[in-house]
Structures are given as C-alpha cells and as structure tokens.
Design a protein around this ligand. Structure first.
Ligand code: ADP
Length: 454
C-alpha cells in the first residue's frame, strides 16, 4: 500500500515538475500547471470509469490497466475475488464430500429443520422409509412417517430411546428410528434396518419359550412323584438311606419348576411388549398380600417387615405383572437380609409419579454390579443366590414388567448397609380419582451409596 502511495506521489510530482519546466521555458507557467492538473484529473476519471465498468461486470476478466493507487485498488479487488472464489469452491467441495459420505452410510439419515420439515435425505433413508429426493423436501416428517408409535415417540419427546416400527416401504421389515438434535433446533432422523436382529431375537425367544413349555410337564410329573416318595419316606415306607437323596431331588425339581415358570413369564412379557391385560388393581390389597408372603418366607428368620401404603390408589394394569414386580423385590429383600433385619415396603404417589419402594438392611451390593443386576442370570454371588432358591431372573422380570408401563427401576445400595429398589410408574397408570400427592408422608430415607437406573 505504501508503495502505491509513493508511485502516485511520483506521478503527481513528475507531472507538475514537467509542467513547471515547460512553463518556465515557454512562459505561461500558470497555463501549464493548470493543464497538468486537468490532465491528472482526466486520467483519474478514466481509471475510475474503467474500474466501475469492471466492478459492474462482476469482476470477471483481468483487472483494467491502471497506474498508481488505481492499480493497487484493482489488484486488491482481484485478489479478494480470487480468495472468495477459492473459499466458495472449498466449501462446495466439503459439502459435496459430506453429502457423499452420508450417501455411503448404510443407515438412513434425514436432515430436519427446526419445524421438523425435511431438508435432505440420503439414499438409505429413501429406501428404508420411502422418502423421495428432492420431492419431499419441505414436507413435515409427520406427513411421511405416519406410524402411531413414531407420532407418540415425537409427542413424548424422550428422544434417547429409539423405537422400532414396520418399514413404510416393506411392511415385513422392521426399522429402528430415532431423532438426534444437533444445532439450533434442527434434528437428524436416523433409521436402520433391524429386520434380521428382530428375527434372531424372535427365534431365541421362541426357542426359550418352547424349551420351557416342553420342560414344564416332565418337571411337574417328576416333582409329583418325588412328593409321593417324600411322603413314603416320612411314613417309613422307604429305606431311610433314600430320604436325603429324595429330599435333594425334590428341592432341585422345585428349583427347575421355578426357573421354567420365570423363563415362561419373561418370554411372554418380552414378546407382548405391553401389559397382558388391563384390570383395576387395588394397591393396598396387593401390597398387603405381598407383605404376608414375605412374612411367610421370612419364617424363623423373623425379619421386621413394615408396610407403608398411601391408601386408595387404584391402578390400571395386569395384576400378574404388578404381583411379579412387587413380590420379586420383596422376596429378594427377605433373601438377602440377615435374620431380624428391617425391610420396608412403601407405595406413594407424588406430583410426578407413583413409587413402589422396597428398602432393606441387608448385605448391600457393590456399585460395579448395579447396572447389570437386571440382566438375565446376573448374580452378585451365584452360590448365595442358588442357596436362597433364586433363579437369577427376578430383576429381569421386574424390569420388563416396568417397561410395559413406561416405568423404570432405580437401585441404590451400599455394601454392608442395605439396598433400595424403587419402581417409578408414570401417574397416568392411576385410575381417577388419583390420590393427592404424598407430601404428608415423608419419602423413604435414602440409602447412602451408589445407584443405577435400569
Ligand atoms: P436371584 O433369583 O438370584 O435373586 P434376581 O434377578 O432377583 O435373581 O437378582 C439378581 C441378583 O441381584 C441377586 O443374585 C443378588 O445378587 C442381587 N440382589 C437382588 N436383590 C438384592 C437385595 N435386596 N440385596 C442384595 N442383593 C440383591
């Protein structure tokens, strides 16, 4: 820039010096100097006009010939235009590269704007959910993905949990869809073909359920005969050396029967995906029954089993599923709490949810196990669980039953101090009139320690 100014000054100085010299030798200095000024002005006007013409033409072509400051101005414009074009080319290349990589994805991706209208979709999305590019651009996603589960998923707004729906293009196929927020209210709708996974899952479930069905009758028959043999041993109709083996066989047959029953229950819950019936359940009654069962199970161990129920709650659901949830948690508390320990069973309703809580003063669970407790056959201490007659399926059943009601299980525990298993049910499972929120009943004191939500 400094050089341009210097050049300009040299031009002015040269022009006026030449005019002064000519005026000096020829007389009429004023005329010569005025002429030089006019010439300088005319040259500037010509340069400005060329410059304007070039700018008006969108800076196309090489910059016009100019000198001094005007040459610098053209050069600057020319350079800025080159840089802008280079940046635009790079940006377009990047966009194209992103688009190509999105197109190469096996999963469907749909870009939704803040109004959830389609801005772009890749070929996998077009294949999986039947979108058309570019015809569907600007359409609201609800107009094209009309499955009620998807509408409900969007309404709920709990976007983290993806859902499975039949593919709109091939209804025999299953697609998993979900929405991921990314910037300023925009969303990526992601979808994946999970037909094969769902099929394998179904085969596994059917296999388990068939095996359990097939085993049920022989185990019942064996158990029945073993009971007859036990009675015979009691009546001294059997040699005394048979008493222990018969008792052991009977115990194992009972264990197998429980295992088969739990497997059948679990596979039925899994395949249904919703409550197996909708009945009116009186929580007071059910909780009292479960408490009685717990007292019976505790027997000589004489646990202190307390029940605190916010009375008057009636819920809509499957009695067998609610019973499975309540009794599995209470049975575990009895099994894993030393004799004489305190067990507290609570039902309460607050402004957000209804809670079924079982707290014990048992052995507790170390934090690294908490998130895995609801896996099938996951046991902290396998020997202990078998000794207590556990099947390793109780908490898996609880978790699956809760899923049917959009509920969840929260576990807190501290080794040596005890555990707290809390089932959170949404308030909409309650039949009107729902009881007032439980502010007068203080919430159960929390077990200090690690926690997990399942
Ligand atoms: P199980 O039939 O073995 O009790 P569950 O699925 O009901 O199977 O429980 C899984 C594991 O979680 C149990 O084996 C036990 O280790 C642990 N557990 C469950 N409830 C409690 C509890 N109240 N206190 C301590 N440990 C528990």
């Amino acid at each position: 820039m400094r050089r341009a100014w210097l050049a300009e000054l040299w031009i002015i100085a040269g022009l006026f010096a030449a005019a002064a010299a000519a005026g000096y030798y020829t007389g009429g200095l004023l005329w010569w100097v005025t002429g030089a000024g006019a010439l300088y002005a005319a040259l500037n006007v010509r340069n400005a006009a060329r410059q304007l013409k070039w700018l008006g033409g969108g800076l196309d072509g090489p910059p016009p010939d100019a000198f001094g400051l005007w040459a610098e101005v053209s050069h600057r414009f020319y350079q800025a235009r080159r840089e802008a074009r280079e940046a635009a080319r790079e940006a377009a290349e990047r966009v194209e590269q992103h688009e190509r990589s999105m197109q190469a994805l096996p999963d469907g991706v749909v870009l939704l704007d803040a109004n959830q209208q389609i801005r772009w979709s890749n070929t996998a999305a077009q294949r999986l959910i039947g979108l058309q590019e570019p015809d569907d651009r600007g359409q609201h996603i609800d107009n094209l993905l009309r499955h009620p589960d998807f509408t409900e998923y969007r309404r709920r707004g709990d976007l983290e949990q993806f859902i499975q729906i039949p593919s709109p293009t091939t209804p025999d196929n299953v697609v998993m869809v979900g929405m991921v927020p990314f910037s300023a209210g925009e969303f990526l709708l992601v979808c994946r073909d999970v037909t094969e996974r769902v099929r394998i899952d179904r085969v596994r479930r059917d296999f388990l359920s068939n095996v359990s069905h097939e085993l049920r009758t022989p185990i019942t028959v064996l158990g029945g005969y073993l009971e007859i043999l036990q009675d015979a041993a009691e009546a001294d109709d059997l040699p005394s050396r048979w008493k222990r083996p018969v008792d052991a066989m009977h115990d194992q047959a009972t264990r197998m029967r429980h295992l088969v029953e739990d497997l059948l229950l679990l596979s039925r819950m899994e395949s249904l995906g919703h409550p197996d019936s909708r009945e009116e359940i009186e929580i007071d009654l059910l909780a009292a029954q479960v408490q009685e069962e717990a007292v019976a199970l505790s027997g000589e161990r004489e646990h202190r089993i307390e029940l605190e129920v916010q009375s008057g709650t009636r819920v809509s659901g499957s009695v067998s599923e609610f019973r499975a949830v309540f009794s599995n948690l209470v049975r575990n508390a009895v099994q894993y709490t030393p004799a004489g320990g305190r067990i507290r069973i609570e039902w309460r309703v607050d402004e957000e949810a209804a809670w079924f809580v079982v707290e014990d003063e048992g052995e507790g669970i170390e934090s690294q196990h908490l998130s895995r407790l609801t896996e099938r056959f996951y046991r902290v201490d396998e020997g202990r669980s078998r000794e207590e007659g556990g099947t390793g399926l109780g908490l898996a059943i609880v978790k699956h039953a809760l899923v049917h009601y959009d509920g969840r299980l929260e576990i807190e525990s501290e080794p040596g101090r005890g555990s707290r298993f809390a089932c959170r049910f949404p308030r909409d499972i309650m039949l009107e009139p729902a009881p007032a929120p439980a502010s007068p009943v203080p919430p159960a004191p929390r077990v200090e320690g690690a926690g997990a939500a399942c």
